[in-house]
Design a protein around this ligand. Sequence first.
Ligand SMILES: Cc1cc2nc3c(=O)[nH]c(=O)nc-3n(C[C@H](O)[C@H](O)[C@H](O)COP(=O)(O)O)c2cc1C
Length: 196
Amino acid sequence: MHVLIVLDHPDPGSFSAAAAAAFMTGAKAAGHSTELADLHGEGFDPRWTMADIGADDSTPPPKDVLAEQARIERADALCLVFPLFWWGMPAMTKGWVDRVWTWGWAYDQLDDPEKSLQRSRTGVLLIPAGARSDEMEEEGYTAALETAWTTGTFGYFGFSPRRLELLCGSTGSRPRREALLARCHQIGLNLPDPEG
Ligand SMILES: Cc1cc2nc3c(=O)[nH]c(=O)nc-3n(C[C@H](O)[C@H](O)[C@H](O)COP(=O)(O)O)c2cc1C
């Protein structure tokens, strides 16, 4: 498969960057080709502007959006890596999602998230989070994120199968972080084929 890894972190020394690298190494070891979209490194502009609003049948989307869509079209599997910020996506990932996965290209059925216009792709979210997994469960954040992202957003994108992996305790001890990175490597190594 061809695997696109979308990384949202400005710091190459971050845990998020290490998680993306570990996943990519695993995917390569399994024989997949890989491509990295380093959103900060490439200077992606997350701001949704009049140029995005104005795109229609006669006016194409902005060039940077078309370039991201072309990357996605090449891929059989996508892995998004971004840190959990205020129980949601950081602004960069949010803007990438808002701008790139457009109505008319990604989806048209607002009432049915399963009716993506995109072909089926394996979708993985690797989400470093400072909180512990028991805190996440008890407060309901894990269930909320599964609903909002796994069922909601990424249903519209045709991700099947979909996997949300919360890398809880990513600010913790070195052994903890190493164990999380080993998990990212394993997920890359054992990527399932797209379904359907
Ligand atoms: C602005 C900001 C908001 C954050 N919000 C949360 C949060 O809501 N829940 C959480 O568990 N961790 C939160 N964190 C912690 C990050 O998820 C954590 O720093 C990150 O996973 C560590 O990885 P990194 O080295 O890639 O930044 C937040 C961190 C920052 C900087």
